[in-house]
Write a protein that binds this ligand. Structure first.
Ligand code: SF4
Ligand code: MG
Length: 315
C-alpha cells in the first residue's frame, strides 16, 4: 500500500533557504495512499516548514520528497508539473492567499485552464461544479474575496486547490483562524472530500481536538524532530513519549471532546540553539544525565508505533 503512497523520506535539515534555523532535523515521514496523518506540535517545532517542503512551496536544503515512488525534485517537464499539481497546500489564512483583485471564477479556474485540465470555454461550468463541491453557490464565481466570510473564503481556497485535481492535500492550520462552529463545518467538508475524491491528507495543527477528530495516525514533533507517531486511537489511549503524555495530561478529562493544545510547563527552547541530547530534557520530568548527553533514536516500540525516548530501552 505504501508503494502507491505519497512517500516522504529523510527530510534532513529542511530549513527555509534564507533562515539560519534548521527547522526540521532528520525527519522521515511516510503517508500512505488515502491516509490522513495529523502533524502536531507547538509553534516553532518545524511542522509548517515540513508541510511547505512536502508541498513544494519551500525547497529542502537537504533531503528528498518522494511522491508515488518518485523523487519529486528529480522530475522534469510534464512529470514535474503533474507532481506539483497532485500535491496542493491549503493555508491558514485564506484572505492572504486569495488575490483580492481577481473574481472567484479566475481564482478557482485559472490554474486548471493554464494546465489544460479544462478548456477556456468550459471554465464557467467547471468552476460552478467545483464551488458546489465545497458547498458554495456557483453564482459566487462573479464575486471578489472580500465579499465573503472567513469560512467561505477558506472554502474558496479549498476549491482552488481541488480545481487542479490533487490527490494529496497538505493543510497547515487550515481551520485555526475560523470560529469553532465554522471549524467543524470545514473539517466535515475535508472528510467528505476525502471520501468523494479519495484524497490523502497531511493535516498540520496545534489543536489536538482537530487532529483526533480526523486523523488515522498522529505524528508529534518537538523542536524539529518527530518524537512519537502512532495510530490516533492508540496515541490518545496510551501515549508513550513524555512530551506526548504532557500534552495530553494537561487537558482536563471532562473536556475530552474539545482537546485544545495547552502549553507544556516550561519555556519552549529556542530552535536556534536547541538543548543537547533529547531536545525535551529540560522540560521532562523523567530526564536523566543520559538524556542531556545522548539523542534518543525514533524506534518502533509496538507494530506501527514509534517513539524517541531512552525510557523505552528498559532498565
Ligand atoms: Fe524525557 Fe529522557 Fe525520554 Fe527525553 S529521552 S523524553 S528527556 S526521558
Ligand atoms: Mg505554523
Amino acid at each position: 500500500r505504501l508503494d502507491a503512497a505519497a512517500k516522504i523520506a529523510n527530510l534532513l535539515g529542511a530549513g527555509l533557504r534564507d533562515e539560519v534555523v534548521q527547522a526540521v532535523d532528520d525527519v522521515s515521514l511516510a503517508v500512505a495512499d488515502g491516509e490522513v496523518v495529523g502533524l502536531v506540535g507547538e509553534s516553532g517545532c518545524g511542522k509548517s516548514t515540513l508541510g511547505r517542503v512536502v508541498a513544494g512551496v519551500h525547497p529542502a536544503t537537504s533531503g528528498t520528497v518522494h511522491f508515488r515512488g518518485r523523487e519529486v525534485s528529480a522530475l522534469k517537464g510534464p512529470a514535474a508539473r503533474d507532481a506539483a499539481l497532485k500535491i496542493q497546500m491549503i493555508f491558514q489564512d485564506p484572505m492572504s492567499s486569495l488575490n483580492p483583485r481577481l473574481r472567484v471564477r479566475d481564482i478557482v479556474g485559472e490554474a486548471a485552464v493554464v494546465h489544460g485540465l479544462v478548456g477556456a470555454k468550459e471554465v464557467d461550468d467547471y468552476v460552478a461544479e467545483t464551488l458546489q463541491r465545497v458547498g458554495l453557490d456557483p453564482t459566487y464565481m462573479r464575486r471578489y474575496p472580500h465579499q465573503f466570510s472567513g469560512g467561505q473564503r477558506q472554502r474558496i481556497g479549498i476549491a482552488r486547490a481541488l480545481a487542479v485535481q490533487p490527490e494529496f492535500l497538505v493543510c497547515d492550520e487550515s481551520v485555526a483562524a475560523l470560529d469553532v462552529s465554522i471549524q467543524a463545518q470545514v473539517l466535515n467538508l475535508f472528510m467528505r472530500l476525502r471520501e468523494e475524491l479519495s484524497l490523502t491528507y497531511l493535516f498540520i495543527s496545534h489543536d489536538l481536538g482537530v487532529v483526533e477528530h480526523l486523523s488515522d495516525r498522529v505524528v508529534i514533533m518537538y523542536l524539529g524532530r518527530v518524537v512519537e507517531t502512532a495510530p490516533t486511537e492508540a496515541l490518545f489511549d496510551a501515549p508513550n513519549h513524555p512530551y506526548t503524555r504532557a500534552l495530553l495530561d494537561e487537558i482536563p478529562r471532562l473536556e475530552a471532546r474539545k482537546r485544545r493544545f495547552v502549553p507544556v510547563k516550561g519555556e519552549i527552547p529556542s530552535p536556534i540553539d536547541p538543548p543537547t541530547g533529547c531536545h525535551f530534557h529540560p522540560r521532562c520530568p523523567h530526564a536523566t544525565a543520559r538524556c542531556a548527553a545522548e539523542q534518543p533514536a525514533l524506534r518502533e516500540i509496538a507494530p506501527g508505533r514509534w517513539s524517541a525516548c531512552h525510557l523505552n530501552d528498559g532498565p
